[in-house]
Design a protein around this ligand. Structure first.
Ligand code: UD1
Length: 361
């Protein structure tokens, strides 16, 4: 009998995590899948370009939910995904990460009696003001199978009462994608246009409400980065949420270059050749850890402590003076030397699929 797995993806980081899982599923005769795109991210630059770059097959279903408040988005995904389940029942619903699509689809599936597998389970920031932390806690509280990126994440789950047998420490699927694509990276157009070359520029991404929703706060961060860059360019691919706020506030700086969201292969090219990355994304701090590129995270907490303990990441919260010092450390090449966490080796998806095929469901 073939096991049917619904794979749920909705937002940019999800696409990066599912690509290698689908590639592995395709190799196994006893598994079939249905790719469900919730439509949470819908612009070509936030969604379609990732399908092209990462060879992800066309979704079987697009729920088309687009934007809305937290509750609207969650509710719409639940309603639309439930209809899909009524049409055809999967054996397992596989969700990745911590976005609204992750939580909403897992709730809809579980309430229909379908087993839920969560990839990137067990990570915690302890900061309940972030929707992602709520999504992690809710998803893990109803999931049946847990695939973790670190031992620490596995321990978080086991401490919360989850049966050890259902927790699988497999590593990080984002790193599978990264390794698989390292030979395909390409420079974005602006690389030549701006005369960028290895390590003579910085990359930043900011989209968390705590950094960007208050225009004065955002202006303070960008002003400090502009000064700290010491005349070197800071490339800033803009998330749609951030673009709106920058445009409203008419915020412009000599050394900060705004650009559209970049495709995966272009973005990783930029990161890999940069001197330093400044971000509030969790996923990017994992990629810089793997690549050994210095990374500053503009948050007080992280659900990925290994990127600081083992990797190249440093949390600065909103200490903008520290930001200045760290730019200097990076330019003097005195950044701490990082390592790569266990099982971040490009084989995580194959471990996940091996475990899934052994399940009795
Ligand atoms: C979501 C995730 C976040 C992840 C981020 C990566 C949740 C709670 N948050 O945040 O964890 O780090 O994706 O990008 O799920 N928009 C567009 N075009 C698009 C997509 C979004 O213009 O293709 C606009 C929306 O209309 C909205 C804003 O961007 O105004 C934010 O989108 P939303 O899906 O609400 O969450 P993100 O901030 O992207």
């Amino acid at each position: 009998m073939t096991m049917l797995i619904d794979i749920i993806a909705g937002a940019r980081p999800n696409f990066i995590k599912i690509a290698p899982i689908i590639a592995e599923i395709k190799k196994v005769k006893s598994l079939s899948y249905r790719l469900i795109h919730t439509g949470q991210h819908y612009d070509h630059k936030m969604s379609g370009s990732f399908f092209n770059d990462l060879d992800i097959p066309e979704p079987d279903v697009n729920l088309g939910v687009k934007s809305g408040t937290q509750a609207e988005q969650t509710g719409k995904i639940m309603i639309e995904y439930e209809k899909c389940i009524f049409e055809k029942r999967p054996d397992i619903c596989l969700v990745v990460g911590d976005v609204n699509s992750t939580m909403a689809a897992s709730l809809a599936a579980k309430k229909m009696g379908i087993k839920v597998a969560h990839v990137e389970a067990g990570i915690r920031s302890g900061d309940l003001s972030m929707p992602e932390e709520i999504n992690r806690i809710v998803t893990d509280s109803i999931s049946d199978y847990f695939f973790t990126t670190t031992k620490e994440a596995s321990n978080n789950l086991i401490k919360s009462g989850i049966k050890k047998d259902n927790v699988f420490f497999v590593g990080n699927t984002m790193i599978d994608t990264l390794k698989m694509n390292l030979s395909k990276l390409r420079p974005p157009k602006l690389y030549d246009e701006l005369n960028l070359c290895k390590q003579n520029y910085f990359v930043t991404t900011l989209h968390r409400p705590s950094n960007v929703d208050n225009v004065n706060n955002l202006a303070g961060i960008l002003h400090q980065m502009d000064i700290a860059s010491n005349g070197n360019k800071i490339i800033f691919p803009l998330h749609p949420r951030t673009r709106i706020i920058l445009e409203k506030g008419k915020l412009n700086y000599d050394n900060i270059i705004y650009t559209e969201p970049l495709s995966y292969l272009e973005f990783i090219f930029l990161v890999k050749n940069s001197q330093l990355v400044i971000t509030d994304s969790g996923g990017i701090s994992e990629e810089t850890t793997y690549l050994g590129i210095p990374c500053i995270t503009l948050r007080d907490t992280t659900e990925r402590p290994e990127t600081c303990k083992i990797g190249t990441n440093v949390l600065v919260g909103n200490d903008l003076n520290l930001l200045h010092e760290l730019f200097q450390l990076a330019s003097l090449k005195q950044w701490k030397i990082g390592g790569v966490p266990k099982f971040w080796d490009g084989k995580t998806s194959s471990r996940i699929i091996k475990s899934l095929t052994k399940l009795s469901y």
